[in-house]
Design a protein around this ligand. Structure first.
Ligand SMILES: NC(=O)C1=CN([C@@H]2O[C@H](COP(=O)(O)OP(=O)(O)OC[C@H]3O[C@@H](n4cnc5c(N)ncnc54)[C@H](OP(=O)(O)O)[C@@H]3O)[C@@H](O)[C@H]2O)C=CC1
Ligand SMILES: CC(C)(CO)C(=O)C(=O)O
Length: 307
């Protein structure tokens, strides 16, 4: 099975490295600078157990068709990627996005009817200053499934059944996507609104507001027909109210670097759906306005002054 991974960042790089370790036929579609690094140094991947280096096939334009296209970019890159991957897609190709949120599923399903499948990854990943992909904790889990609940072909199910990945193949992937989205949005709301780590927010007296943020996001999921299961709710509450916890969201980490790239995808889209369902989400709405305000100032600063 020929696999194309689009993006060799935190998620694409980490799950791609697991596939390479297992001998899968993987090609990375990346931009020029990343291609140069990958071609000269290979893919360097570090997890809590050590560092590995893999020779990789890195391309900057699609060179033929693939059986599975894994989309591992952040949301703003998606519209361009949807067109870029077109030559890679034959009639049986499946497209597996690893993004948080939900709008990308609608976008991919519209562009490639019947070919997008659902994917959720749980990993705390990043790229360090040297270009190495770093998996910061031992968590490395993936959940996949067909959007219409049908069974995925066995060869696709087997792709990520490799050492280092805890794989679940499910028949309710939409519900799982909503569950993850509700969690990641709640985490984004509290860490971006209160600008800090969970432990500090709790120490500052924020627990009731954290619980409210979770309730808001979960109310939207329920209104969409995907109520969050009790077990996931309890896990979310535990993670976001743990005293002393250094947990933050990727949205907040991006905000610290100045650029919360997925604010609209993860929070703006959820707020828009809440409004459409008539579900009140005041903390979510406040966070969206706060991040949009930040974004306007960021973009203004990038413009040449005096023009
Ligand atoms: N990081 C994490 O721990 C987790 C992330 N997620 C989700 O996974 C998704 C991907 O995030 P993540 O992997 O962290 O993001 P990263 O920013 O680490 O990686 C994305 C990569 O996409 C590349 N890229 C952007 N545009 C293009 C393009 N046109 N062609 C090819 N490559 C491109 C970027 O390359 P370049 O170097 O050229 O900019 C970058 O390396 C997000 O939706 C995120 O929310 C989910 C769970 C955990
Ligand atoms: C919460 C976490 C780390 C789980 O994978 C995540 O998805 C993110 O921060 O984007």
């Amino acid at each position: 099975m020929k696999i194309l991974i689009v993006g060799a960042g935190a998620t694409g790089g980490a799950f791609g490295a697991r596939l390479l370790q297992a001998g899968r036929d993987v090609t990375f579609l990346v931009r020029k600078r990343r291609a140069e690094v990958l071609r000269s140094e290979g893919l360097r991947f570090r997890d809590p157990e050590g560092e590995h280096q893999h020779h990789v096939n890195a391309i900057t334009a699609v060179d033929g068709t693939y059986d599975l296209v894994v989309v591992a970019v952040k949301a703003p890159a998606l519209p361009a990627i949807i067109e870029q991957i077109r030559p890679a897609v034959h009639e049986k190709t499946l497209i597996l996005p690893l993004l948080n949120g939900m709008r990308h599923i609608d976008q991919l399903a519209a562009a490639y009817p019947g070919q997008a499948i659902g994917g959720i990854v749980k990993i705390v990943g990043t790229i360090d200053g040297s270009g190495a992909v770093v998996q910061k904790t031992s968590m490395s889990a993936m959940t996949i499934g067909a959007l219409d609940g049908r069974e995925l072909p066995a060869d696709v199910q087997g792709v990520f059944d490799v050492p280092g990945v805890s794989l679940a193949v499910v028949d309710d992937v939409l519900a799982r996507l909503w569950e993850k989205w509700a969690f990641i949005a709640s985490a984004g709301v509290v860490t971006c609104l209160f600008r800090g780590e969970v432990g500090d927010i709790i120490a500052a007296g924020g627990e009731a507001l954290v619980l409210q943020a979770i309730a808001e996001a979960e109310s939207v999921a329920a209104a969409a027909g995907h109520p969050v299961a009790e077990e996931s709710h309890a896990q979310g509450v535990e993670l976001l109210t743990a005293p002393g916890s250094p947990f933050t969201s990727s949205l907040y980490r991006d905000l610290q670097h100045g650029d919360p790239q997925e604010a609209e995808h993860i929070l703006g889209d959820l707020a828009a759906r809440a409004a459409a369902y008539g579900v009140p989400t005041p903390l979510l709405d406040a966070t969206v306005v706060q991040l949009r305000t930040h974004e306007r100032a960021r973009v203004r600063q990038l413009q040449p002054s005096g023009l």
